[in-house]
Design a protein around this ligand. Structure first.
Ligand code: C5P
Length: 223
C-alpha cells in the first residue's frame, strides 16, 4: 500500500477486549485478541499517519511508530478516547467493548458460600456512538461482528450510530474474526460498499485504510 497515503493525518483507534472487574481478582471479558486493531495501527503508521492506539488487555507488541495507551475497563477506554478525539482526523473503533459492567464491584474477594449467586450488570456507554455524536467529530469508522444477516445489521449500525463507515465481518465462519490471522470485511459507507475478501489481517488493514483515505479525499472535494 501507498506509504504516504495518510501523511499528515492523525488516527485514533481502539483495539482488543475491555475487562470489567467483579472483585479484586475476577472479571468478565471476551475473546478478542486485538489483532485486527493492531494490524490497522501498524498499517496506518506505515502509511504516514500519527497513530494513537487505545488498547484493552492483549498480548501483542506495540507496532512501530504507534503511541499506545493501555486501558482495562470500558469507562477507562471511553475517557482515554475522549481526551484525544478533538485532535484526530479519523477514529476507528475496533475494540470488542464489554456492553455491560458489574453494578457494584466488590472491594474484597467474594467468598464462595451460597450454592447460587447473581451478578447485577449495568449498560456501558457506547464509545463509538459517543465519538460519532461529538462535535467536531473525526471521520468515524465502526466494526460489526455478526453471525447472520451481516449486511443488514451493519447498515443498521451505520445509520443508528451515525457512522461514516462500517467494516462488517461474519464471525460464524471460524476462519475469520476473533483470534485468527485472517479476516474478510464487507465495508459500507453512505453511498457505496466494497467486499474485501479473506486475506491476512495486515493486508486487509491497508485495504481498509485506503478506502478510508479515498472517502476522506472525496469529502474534502465536496467542501
Ligand atoms: O453494537 P455493536 O457492539 O455490535 O457495535 C460494534 C462497534 O461498536 C465496534 O466498532 C465497537 O468497537 C463499538 N462499540 C463501542 N462501545 C460499546 C460497544 C461497541 O465503541 N460499548
Amino acid at each position: 500500500f501507498a506509504p504516504k497515503l495518510l501523511q499528515g493525518k492523525s488516527i485514533l483507534l481502539t483495539a482488543g477486549p475491555t475487562r470489567e472487574a467483579i472483585d479484586p481478582v475476577r472479571y468478565i471479558s471476551n475473546h478478542s485478541s486485538g489483532k485486527m486493531g493492531f494490524a490497522i495501527a501498524a498499517a496506518a503508521a506505515a502509511m504516514g499517519a500519527d497513530v494513537i492506539l487505545v488498547a484493552g488487555p492483549v498480548h501483542l507488541p506495540t507496532p512501530s511508530g504507534v503511541k499506545r495507551i493501555d486501558v482495562e475497563s470500558t469507562q477507562d477506554m471511553l475517557s482515554a478516547v475522549m481526551q484525544h478525539v478533538d485532535t484526530h482526523d479519523i477514529f476507528i473503533g475496533c475494540a470488542a467493548v464489554a456492553d455491560y459492567r458489574i453494578d457494584q464491584v466488590a472491594e474484597d474477594k467474594i467468598k464462595k458460600s451460597a450454592q447460587d449467586m447473581q451478578l447485577a450488570l449495568v449498560r456501558n456507554p457506547d464509545i463509538l456512538a459517543t465519538v460519532a455524536s461529538h462535535k467536531p467529530r473525526p471521520f468515524t469508522v465502526g466494526f460489526a461482528a455478526e453471525t447472520k444477516d451481516v449486511e443488514h445489521y451493519a447498515k443498521d449500525k451505520l445509520i443508528r450510530k451515525k457512522l461514516d463507515m462500517i467494516a462488517a465481518n461474519d464471525v460464524s465462519n471460524p476462519a475469520q474474526g476473533f483470534n485468527t490471522e485472517q479476516n474478510a470485511l464487507k465495508v459500507i459507507w453512505a453511498n457505496g460498499q466494497q467486499d474485501l475478501p479473506t486475506t491476512d489481517k495486515q493486508i486487509l488493514a491497508g485495504q481498509l485504510l485506503t478506502l478510508i483515505a479515498d472517502q476522506l479525499a472525496l469529502l474534502k472535494d465536496d467542501k
